[in-house]
Design a protein around this ligand. Structure first.
Ligand SMILES: [Zn+2]
Ligand SMILES: [Zn+2]
Length: 291
């Protein structure tokens, strides 16, 4: 028991300390997610201001403050708390004889770094695409994911408006992806994480960007806006589930981009009754009998 309490405390305090040091610029710059997130946000926000897609949308759009709060809550406050719980699970699995190396299908540690990073990026993106489908498919998961779909006016900061449970729900398949790849993240995985944050911000940004022919590979603001559309095609529980890559939606025929006006209504049926504040949005998914 003591071992578990120690693991929890060490991980919790370690993450807390790391975040504190990041704020003070005392970690290597390329691993500084705190300032990294701020720099990427300012960059994408500047693009929105200079090249707005929906010209009548204000710079501080609806719920900008709420989304900015979600961004820091999910990335830092929640990450600090959950790190202790993840550590307990890790120790428990090791006690059961299961480590992240138990499943290794590929030993890619000897591959060139760029290839390791590419494979890591693609596999992680695929498992997240799949998890995202599950969030739409099952109503108890959808009740948590509704937080992300409660955005009525789209802008970059909406990227990280999501229920903290999503972090927990994405974790098993993400860990599974890492396990397949030998149980470790490539040394320079931070490159992949920063690219994913940038693409995610762009996907939600008020910029008309579709990457030309690369749109079949890369997700983009036009495609992702339809993921947030209030009106879905008949009989579908969702479209365009892509995270960084759009390719999975094209392969599995879940793609849907009928136009690129940018003016469609966003949300989900019944969203007018969905709570508007952080606290109640976070309690919503835990209440019974939600429809
Ligand atoms: Zn979704
Ligand atoms: Zn989204």
């Amino acid at each position: 028991m003591e071992k578990y309490i120690d693991a929890f405390t060490n991980s919790f305090l370690g993450t807390l300390n790391w975040t504190y040091k990041s704020i003070l610029f005392e970690v290597p710059w390329y691993t500084n997610y705190f300032w990294g997130l701020i720099v990427i946000s300012l960059f994408v926000w500047s693009l929105e201001i200079i090249f707005p897609w929906r010209k009548n949308q204000s710079i501080f759009r609806k719920d900008f403050g709420l989304d900015a709060f979600y961004m820091f809550f999910n990335f830092f406050l929640f990450a600090i708390v959950i790190s202790g719980f993840y550590k307990i699970l890790e120790v428990a699995f090791i006690d059961l004889g299961i480590t992240t190396k138990s499943l290794a299908l590929i030993d890619f540690s000897k591959w060139p770094m760029w290839l390791q990073l590419l494979v890591f990026f693609v596999i992680l993106d695929f498992v997240q695409w799949f998890t995202h489908i599950l969030l739409h498919r099952f109503s108890f998961l959808w009740n948590f994911h509704k937080v992300h779909h409660s955005v009525k006016e789209m802008g970059f900061a909406a990227h990280l408006r999501y229920h903290w449970m999503e972090n927990v729900l994405y974790k098993p398949l993400k860990t599974f992806g890492v396990m397949i790849l030998g149980g470790f993240e490539p040394e320079q995985a931070y490159i992949v994480h920063f690219i994913a944050i940038t693409i995610g911000h762009l996907n939600h940004a008020n910029i008309k960007l579709s990457w030309g022919p690369l749109k079949y590979i890369l997700n983009n603001p036009v495609m992702h806006l339809y993921h947030h559309a209030l009106a879905l095609p008949e009989g579908k529980y969702g479209v365009n589930f892509g995270i960084s890559l759009s390719i999975w939606d094209f392969i599995f025929k879940t793609n849907y981009i009928p136009d690129s006006s940018g003016t469609i209504e966003l949300g989900f049926p019944g969203d007018e009754k969905f709570p508007k504040d952080f606290l109640h949005q976070n309690m919503y998914g835990f209440k019974r009998n939600q429809k």
